[in-house]
Design a protein around this ligand. Structure first.
Ligand SMILES: [Ca+2]
Length: 156
């Protein structure tokens, strides 16, 4: 009977939530669903091909500076983070790089959330530079880019 006596209080709380917080609950629920979907699909597709954050770079083998590597990573990001893809910028970016340079660019690029045609913070999946390239390029362009990476010891 004690539980029954408390029921009106719970009902009031329920009424309050129903009247005032329904939109917030829906949004909260939607966010939970999005993160669950990200988690589930992320375990299948995420971090492709792998998180490069622990890659060891040998400075003496670099032909570019850290700043140049950062600029190249940014240029490649911008070439992909748009509707369609600026293929010329991608190939012009990778072609002059040696193996260590490309490793540095991949490391600086890190994992960035990809959704649809470019960056997507909430719905996206974390992808490495190679993951972005695989999502953005197709056919001959993808094969040619994979060949450039393979020549530099970074097959994907
Ligand atoms: Ca794009």
């Amino acid at each position: 009977m004690a539980a029954k006596d408390k029921l009106p209080d719970f009902s009031k709380v329920g009424d309050f939530l129903e009247k005032n917080s329904k939109p917030i609950l829906y949004i909260g629920g939607a966010i939970v669903v999005i993160f669950l979907v990200k988690k589930i699909f992320g375990s299948i597709f995420n971090k492709y091909p792998s998180d490069p954050s622990n890659t060891v770079i040998v400075p003496s083998k670099l032909s570019i500076t850290q700043a140049q590597g950062a600029q190249i990573a940014q240029n490649m990001f911008e070439a992909m983070n748009r509707f369609g893809t600026d293929e010329d910028t991608l190939f012009d970016s990778v072609t002059p790089l040696n193996s260590e340079d490309l490793k540095l660019v991949v490391k600086i690029f890190g994992l960035r959330s990809y959704f649809g045609h470019g960056y997507g913070a909430i719905l996206g999946q974390d992808k490495s530079l190679q993951g972005w390239l695989k999502a953005e390029l197709s056919g001959k362009n993808l094969e040619d880019m994979q060949a450039l990476f393979l020549e530099r010891g970074l097959a994907f």
